[in-house]
Each structure stands twice: as structure tokens, then as C-alpha cells.
Design a protein. Structure first.
Length: 80
């Protein structure tokens, strides 16, 4: 099975959101993009797709970012 760059970046982003789920602290795409050297504009497009599928939700404002919309253990690859 070949995983696309888009899927790989999406999984990285979801992993970061899942690891911080209990903190209930939004994570900015800029943080993840910088840490993993992913183009931020590309990661924002992926976040937009995940948001449309209601896998993540956005919190706007100065301390905004993204959060998983449900507990990590309830998310499966079938949702994509």
C-alpha cells in the first residue's frame, strides 16, 4: 500500500491533535508545520478537509487552532 504525502501529513497532524486531546488545548497548524517541516499552506488545506468531514474542529482567535471533534479512540481510517 502506498501512502500519499497528503495522507501522511494528515496522519501527522491527527497524531499531534490526539496526543494533546486531554489538554483541550488547540494546536495551530503553524506549530505542526514548523516542527515537522511541512509547508503550512499545505497543512491548512488538509486541516480544512478534515474539518469538512467533522473529524476536527477549529477554535478561532489569538489562542486558536484545531482540536479533535471526538475522543481519539473513536476515530478510524474508515472516516476518511
Amino acid at each position: 500500500m502506498k501512502i500519499t504525502k497528503n495522507t501522511n501529513y494528515g496522519l501527522i497532524f491527527l497524531k499531534e491533535l490526539a496526543s494533546n486531546f486531554s489538554l483541550k488545548k488547540p494546536i495551530a497548524t503553524s506549530e505542526v508545520a514548523k516542527h515537522y517541516q511541512i509547508p503550512e499552506a499545505y497543512l491548512r488545506k488538509i486541516a480544512s478537509q478534515l474539518r469538512k468531514k467533522k473529524i476536527i474542529k477549529a477554535k478561532e482567535g489569538r489562542e486558536g487552532g484545531y482540536l479533535l471533534s471526538q475522543p481519539p479512540d473513536t476515530i478510524s481510517f474508515m472516516m476518511f
